[in-house]
Design a protein around this ligand. Structure first.
Ligand SMILES: Cc1cc2nc3c(=O)[nH]c(=O)nc-3n(C[C@H](O)[C@H](O)[C@H](O)COP(=O)(O)OP(=O)(O)OC[C@H]3O[C@@H](n4cnc5c(N)ncnc54)[C@H](O)[C@@H]3O)c2cc1C
Length: 319
């Protein structure tokens, strides 16, 4: 499938854009699941000013979606209408540390690389990121966390560009982080985070990170095509347990499977479509609700369109 070429209708202002613009661009390789249709227009800004310029000039009816490293994301098979923005490169990956251990880090910096860099510099507080395969922008949006720590814990602030191209400096209150959630307006594209680190010892921090990595290897499908935790944990409960008790461990639908290793992870076995994965997720939700009355809510963000003729009804099992 292919979308109409948006660029053709934009006019000459796009000549001043310094980043990369690509029509009908395949974004599946930028996601962990490796499925889904193209972005109508893909934009890789050169830096924050370029991003702001682009958004200011982009006609307001064009929808904008931002993606990070695609580790909590399912792109539907019909592709994503409008513009998909992905931050990458040095301008969005810089890290600086002051004498007071105030750390500024660009939104495209991968969490794992950030953890390693902080450990090498003897800055403590970020080892938990060694187990999270996203980037800092996604961590801000999802309040990513693990092993008793969350993104919000050490956060002093963040920068974001809104849909109109205005730049905002945000406080933790503005961000309103909760469990895997953030209350900042949904159009905000994070470009940078500021954290408070604390003094640490490189060798001890390396050992902490090794422990995080070993735990991951033992407990999660870290080398497969997956989207991380599929469902949010309901209050006081574990989503994986509800999925397991509903009998889904290892269950397959088309090319998708509920992981044997961790039942809150869905897998693309190699030839899954986004439809297989989403249908499997909905089937799980339906059965869990029928058995327990508990509604599981997607943690994975699903973006884009269903292909023509495809309808995935929530809670399939009830219908
Ligand atoms: C094997 C595996 C293990 C995982 N373990 C954990 C874990 O322990 N803890 C945990 O919290 N998560 C975990 N995840 C999920 C995932 O890594 C996190 O949610 C991560 O923060 C997502 O970041 P990302 O860059 O991949 O974002 P994406 O998946 O690309 O996007 C996720 C959301 O963030 C938004 N977003 C991305 N970048 C920006 C930006 N710059 N500005 C605004 N919004 C943005 C997107 O629009 C989307 O809504 C795991 C995933 C996998 C595959």
């Amino acid at each position: 499938m292919a979308f109409d070429d948006l660029l053709a209708g934009f006019g000459s202002w796009t000549e001043q854009v310094r980043g990369r613009l690509s029509s009908n661009f395949d974004i599946a390789p930028f996601t962990w699941f490796r499925v889904g249709g193209p972005a109508q227009l893909f934009f890789n800004p050169a830096d924050e000013a370029d991003l702001a310029f682009f958004l200011k000039n982009l006609p307001e009816e064009i929808p904008v979606t931002v993606i990070g490293l695609g580790s909590n994301l399912l792109v539907r098979d019909g592709g994503v209408e409008g513009v998909v923005i992905r931050l990458s490169g040095k301008a969005f990956s810089d890290v600086s540390v002051t004498d007071d251990l105030v750390v500024k880090v660009g939104a495209a910096m991968p969490d794992m690389r950030f953890a390693s860099q902080m450990a090498r510099q003897g800055v403590a507080g970020f080892s938990f990121y060694k187990g999270i395969p996203g980037a800092i922008g996604g961590a801000l949006r999802m309040n990513a966390g693990a092993h008793g720590s969350e993104t919000k814990d050490r956060l002093l602030g963040a920068r974001a560009v809104d849909r109109k191209g205005h730049i905002h400096d945000l406080t933790p209150d503005d961000l309103g982080h909760g469990y895997r959630s953030c209350n900042a307006p949904s159009d905000y594209i994070f470009t940078e985070a500021t954290f408070q680190g604390e003094p640490g010892e490189a060798k001890a921090l390396k050992a902490e990170m090794d422990e995080v990595s070993a735990y991951r290897e033992d407990n999660q499908p870290t080398k497969e095509r997956t989207g991380g935790s599929t469902f949010r944990n309901p209050d006081g409960m574990s989503a994986w347990k509800l999925v397991d008790e509903a009998g889904f461990r290892g269950f397959k639908l088309g090319g998708a499977q509920v992981s044997q290793k961790h039942t809150n992870f869905l897998l693309n076995l190699g030839d899954a479509t986004a439809e297989d994965i989403e249908r499997l997720g909905e089937m799980v939700r339906g059965k869990v609700r029928a058995m327990t009355g508990i509604e599981l809510h997607w943690e994975i963000k699903r973006i884009g369109n269903f292909p023509e003729g495809v309808v995935i009804k929530p809670f399939l099992e009830d219908k």
